[in-house]
Design a protein around this ligand. Structure first.
Ligand SMILES: [Fe+2]
Ligand SMILES: [Fe+2]
Length: 612
């Protein structure tokens, strides 16, 4: 019988294990966790430690890989009797979770053993020469006690040549005599930790490893009970899931890309640290950390190459010690001046993540370079959950891959939330940006935009200076609209201002400086005007007014009268995609089923080349 230590990991008076891993930072040498006995473990991915009053444990996420490779045949695992004893905490369910094992279930052959877990309980998987159904079939033992997320359990798998037993927290919970004889090992010698890994599978666990020992003896029930009792204080620690995607109140999204920079943002559910990993490959070899603790995280990545794909992921260690860690995403920096590009236009997503999410997924499938949002991102800007439950979940398919450039709608109510979540040039409510050969002028039409106002004068100056081939202005309220009742009830009278008169104050600037397109929302519908100049539809050299207000808000309808400016109007949820190649611009509009319902191609001489 084995009689062992006041475990885990102190002096003992029983037989030595053939392998003993004590997961603590002192054992780490580079990327190698030195074993107290037996094989060292090679680690890759983010290495983090969890500490409690009794010691340390290694935190594992799907980005962590751990394995041990025997240096010589002498280190081979025992085949006729084995005990695998582990102190472990599991955080996330997996269909096939592995704590430690040397296993294979490819093709016809099921070989080796694994101590693991599934969606609810611990498991022991084993294949032996004497199995009743012939060689090469696994038997999976399942515990009766479910694992508790974030809680340390002691689990032991024992095979004595006659039968296999699985123990949890000192108690035998599963037994089989189906497997007997010798363990059938796969050819690959590698031992996997924290993963069910074989030739074609690698299911990595989320949780913590504290202590693992392998013996070439079959432990008796009494030893397993004592082993648990020696660590009972560890087992009594409060459950503390340490690694979890649920630490994000807002998952990572991108803001204000340029040719050489990108801002990565996210929000955590508690105060937490700020770290972005990024780089040229999915290994994300560069790191940028910010000091201090915060909930809304904003990291500016600089010195990037233009028109280049990057990879990134984010991580925050939260106040309670848990870690929020994102998958690896990509972004692309702003293209060179002459390179074709495309962008999506969304508006009035409001409180409809079902619709905005579907449109966002369709838009991302068309690989836009960025997205313009014409306002009413949310239904009520002052409400925290409208951002965390409506806007960001809806926009997630695009926002984690490309930056979006918004303007304020009336529903934002100028709330601080908007300014906290956006990373735009000061004063944020208005700004301009370049992309390829286009320049965008982003204006807050909720504020004063009359001649002489700060915004009007700023816009005038920016337009005057602009050398861009394409000039696109964007604000929430539409200068021209044929809506049935927003500007006069056209079912009762023939009187309508046919658009927002405040916004129309900017038309003189658009005409003076030959702005190509003005994008608005507010009316939850689609409308495209003919080119307009001095109150008339023209065939050339006018400004086109687009309403793209159909990304979620409840829909509106055109009135019965067709105003001079109207080219195309449509009731229905939608978004626009715009592709630019030199002096050619193609505008397309897609409905909720992905059907193209409007398109127009604009052409002009590619014109003078700005600032490069
Ligand atoms: Fe709206
Ligand atoms: Fe609005």
């Amino acid at each position: 019988m084995l009689v062992l230590s006041p475990a885990p990991a102190s002096a003992h008076d029983g037989p030595d294990p053939i392998m003993h891993l004590d997961f603590r930072p002192q054992q780490l040498q580079g990327t190698k966790l030195r074993a107290r006995l037996g094989m060292d473990v090679e680690l890759s991915g983010p290495l983090r430690w969890s500490e409690d009053e009794f010691g340390h444990s290694l935190m594992l996420t799907p980005r962590t890989a751990a394995y041990a490779q025997p240096a010589s045949p002498a280190m081979a695992l025992p085949a006729t009797a084995i005990t695998v004893s582990a102190w472990v905490s599991v955080d996330e369910p997996l269909e096939w979770g592995g704590i430690i094992g040397r296993i294979q279930d490819d093709g016809d052959q099921e070989l080796g053993w694994m101590l693991g877990f599934d969606r609810t309980v611990f498991t022991m998987t084993i294949s032996t020469s004497g199995a009743d159904d012939g060689n090469g079939r696994h038997t999976v033992l399942k515990s009766t006690t479910p694992w508790v997320p974030g809680k340390f359990h002691h689990v032991a798998a024992v095979f004595d040549g006659q039968s296999a037993r699985l123990y949890v927290d000192g108690k035998e919970e599963a037994f089989t005599a189906e497997q007997y004889g010798e363990i059938l090992y796969p050819a690959a010698q590698q031992i996997s930790l924290g993963s069910f890994r074989d030739g074609n599978e690698d299911h990595r666990m989320t949780g913590r490893l504290r202590d693992i020992r392998i013996f070439d003896l079959a432990a008796k029930p009494e030893w397993v009970r004592l082993e648990f009792e020696h660590g009972v204080k560890v087992a009594a620690l409060a459950a503390r899931p340490v690694v979890s995607a649920s630490g994000f109140a807002v998952e990572p999204y991108l803001q204000f890309g340029t040719q050489t920079s990108m801002t990565v943002m996210w929000r955590t559910t508690q105060l937490g640290s700020t770290l972005v990993r990024y780089g040229a490959t999915s290994a994300c070899e560069q790191e940028l950390k910010l000091p201090d603790q915060r909930e809304i995280h904003q990291v500016l990545l600089q010195d990037l190459e233009p028109e280049t794909q990057y990879f990134y992921s984010v991580e925050s260690t939260l106040a309670d010690g848990s870690v929020a860690e994102s998958p690896t995403y990509t972004f692309t920096t702003t293209v060179h001046e002459q390179t074709p590009f495309a962008f999506a236009v969304f508006g009035d997503t409001q409180k409809n993540p079902q619709v905005s999410g579907k449109l966002a997924a369709m838009a991302w499938a068309q690989r836009p370079s960025f997205l313009v949002h014409v306002g009413d991102l949310v239904d009520k800007g002052t409400l925290a959950n409208h951002w965390t439950e409506h806007f960001f979940p809806g926009m997630k398919p695009v926002a984690q891959r490309i930056p979006f450039y918004p303007v304020l709608g009336n529903h934002e109510e100028n709330a601080q939330n908007y300014f906290d979540y956006m990373a735009l040039p000061d004063p944020e409510y208005r700004y301009t940006f370049r992309y390829g050969n286009a320049q965008f002028f982003m204006i807050d039409s909720n504020r004063d935009i009359s001649p002489g106002s700060e915004q009007f004068e700023w816009l005038k100056q920016e337009l005057q200076q602009s050398q861009a081939v394409w000039k696109i202005a964007c604000h929430h309220h539409p200068p021209y609209s044929s809506d049935e009742d927003d500007y006069g009830n056209l079912w009762k009278t023939r009187l309508s201002t046919r658009g927002d008169l405040r916004a129309r104050q900017l038309v003189s600037l658009y005409e003076q400086f030959q702005v190509d397109i003005v994008w608005s929302g507010h009316i939850h519908s689609y409308e495209r005007t003919w080119p307009v100049h001095q109150g008339r539809a023209v065939e050339q050299q006018g400004t086109i007014y687009m309403i793209t207000g159909g990304a979620g808000g409840s829909l509106e309808t055109a009135g019965p009268f067709r105003p001079f400016f109207q080219n195309n109007v449509k009731h229905g949820h939608h978004y626009c995609m715009v592709a630019v190649n030199g002096g050619t611009m193609e505008i397309k509009a897609f409905d909720l089923e992905g059907r193209l319902f409007d398109t127009v191609t604009l052409k002009k001489p590619a014109g003078p080349s700005p600032q490069r």
